[in-house]
Design a protein around this ligand. Structure first.
Ligand code: ARG
Length: 475
């Protein structure tokens, strides 16, 4: 048996508290409809923001002469007590009161009487909920930023300890050219730094205040939106009341930045999963980030990266849900928007948790330089260097490519890497090959030669890390 209220039936009307909007209604809400339309089960997460917004609204109403000083004081004292109850977990939420806003307003009136009834002057739940959501998301975004910065610092730490460690670089997951592990980690840094930029960029548009838009058209009370804006720490006002109460593009932007960041974390996770496998064996993750198998005693599974990879799907799903939620809505507020919260909360939670897990884990990665080096040595990763050497000796690049191709085929047939062949063998592929060829066939020579800005040479990576520290600090 379901413990949820049954769908429509004749005797299903509510016996609960009078609705705050009940005046024009002849019959009370159907029990199921009441539960179906309520959001208090999830929007109570915005309780503190709701109270913060109400405090500022009451202060503004008092300063503009709409509320008396006594009413304002009573409202503040009442809201303080309610906040304390909520934080202590003793506040009684009621589905009959539909959402966080009406629960708190009803509790306020129960506590302080008529002054509580005056709080909603010049305000609507429409501008209230839009304000609460922006305040909540601002806090969540700032939390995500802290974790993202910690992760970026972790990348810099890991990279700076491995600027000279050589590993194979891949295309098509096939060994391509040698790179340094520090360079690879700095690629992660670049991806994640753009994610941080996106979060901060979205925050600018997020941090604008809807309050004052009221239901949709503004209010006839002599409000001063600058006072509330300043009290609530918004950078600017939403300039149009219809837009202020209706659009959730700020939530979509956050969900989009989250989906991109989780996509990046998922790609990094995939590399960690591959690299911890016995087949690659490039790194180990400390035990605290792994779990065992209940049946196979030898197993140490990279659960944290796998779970992050899996959770990236939520972030994509939430973004699509929010875009779809918004796209059919005419101006201004529609109840559809109540559905914005759960996907948004989930995106924020997922982002913060995944960044946190990675921020802890990334700097704790233990590289295995000898294994990485051996993998780079196998697989002809310096073939391009040999071709470039031949170009230096006057061959056209295409001809050089063909010469090296023949040398590689010989290597494959005889299980020899290029650097393993003797000079007589190598020079048989082209008279342009001199005895100095072995200098370019070494892994160290190969990476060191890519010493321009953005290249994989240890010196370039050192400089990239130094610049990255400054870029991060200035963001
Ligand atoms: N719970 C509602 C929401 O989340 C609050 C706004 C309700 N406004 C209204 N006109 N029904 O969107």
């Amino acid at each position: 048996m379901s413990d949820r209220p049954a769908a429509s039936s004749t005797d299903s009307s509510s016996t609960a508290p009078e609705k705050l909007w009940g005046g024009r209604f002849e019959e009370s809400t159907d029990r199921f409809v009441e539960a179906f339309t309520a959001s208090v089960g999830f929007d109570q997460r915005m309780a503190v923001e709701d109270i913060t917004g109400s405090r500022a609204h009451a202060t503004m109403l008092q300063r503009t002469g709409v509320l008396s000083a006594e009413d304002e004081q009573a409202i503040h004292a009442g809201l303080d007590a309610i906040e304390a109850d909520i934080r202590a977990g003793v506040f009684e939420w009621s589905v009959e009161l539909e959402d966080v806003h009406m629960n708190i307003e009803a509790a306020l009136t129960a506590r302080i009487g008529d002054a509580g009834k005056r709080l909603h002057t010049g305000r609507s739940r429409n501008d209230q909920v839009a304000t609460d959501l922006r305040l909540w998301l601002r806090g969540a975004s700032d939390h995500a930023e802290v974790e993202c910065r910690r992760l970026l610092d972790g990348c810099l730490d890991l990279a700076s300890r491995h600027v000279d460690v050589i590993m194979p670089g891949f295309t098509h997951l096939q060994t391509a050219q040698p790179v340094t592990f520090g360079h690879h980690v700095m690629a992660w840094f670049e991806m994640l730094l753009r994610d941080l930029e996106r979060l901060r960029d979205a925050r600018q548009r997020l941090n604008r205040m809807p309050l004052g838009a009221a239901a949709l058209a503004g209010t006839s009370y002599p409000i001063d939106r600058e006072i509330t804006r300043d009290l609530l720490g918004f950078d600017a006002l939403c300039e149009n009341s219809l837009d202020a109460v209706s659009d959730r593009d700020f939530a979509i932007e956050f969900a989009s930045a989250t989906a991109l960041c989780l996509m990046h974390l998922s790609r990094i996770a995939e590399e960690l999963v591959l690299w911890t496998s016995a087949q690659f064996d490039f790194i180990t993750l400390p035990d605290r980030f792994c779990t065992g198998s209940s049946i196979m005693p030898q197993k140490k599974n990279p659960d944290v990266p796998e779970l992050v990879r899996g959770k990236s799907g939520r972030a994509t799903g939430n973004l699509v849900a929010l875009l779809t939620l918004m796209k059919g809505q005419p101006l201004a507020y529609n109840k559809d928007n109540q559905e914005d919260k759960e996907p948004l909360f989930d995106s924020a939670d997922t982002l913060i948790d995944c960044l946190r897990a990675f921020a802890d884990m990334i700097p704790a990665i233990e590289a295995k330089p000898a294994v990485m080096r051996e993998a780079a040595r196998r697989g002809f990763s310096t073939a391009t260097d040999l071709a470039d050497y031949l170009v230096g000796r006057g061959l056209a690049f295409r001809d050089a490519h063909a010469v090296v191709g023949r040398a590689v085929r010989h290597g494959v047939e005889n299980e020899l890497d290029l650097a393993d062949m003797d000079y007589a063998t190598l020079s048989s592929f082209s008279p342009a090959i001199g005895e100095d060829v072995f200098e370019v066939l070494t892994l160290e020579g190969s990476v060191a030669s890519r010493s321009h800005r953005g290249g994989t040479a240890p010196e370039s990576v050192r400089q990239a890390i130094a610049r990255a520290r400054e870029r991060l600090a200035s963001l």
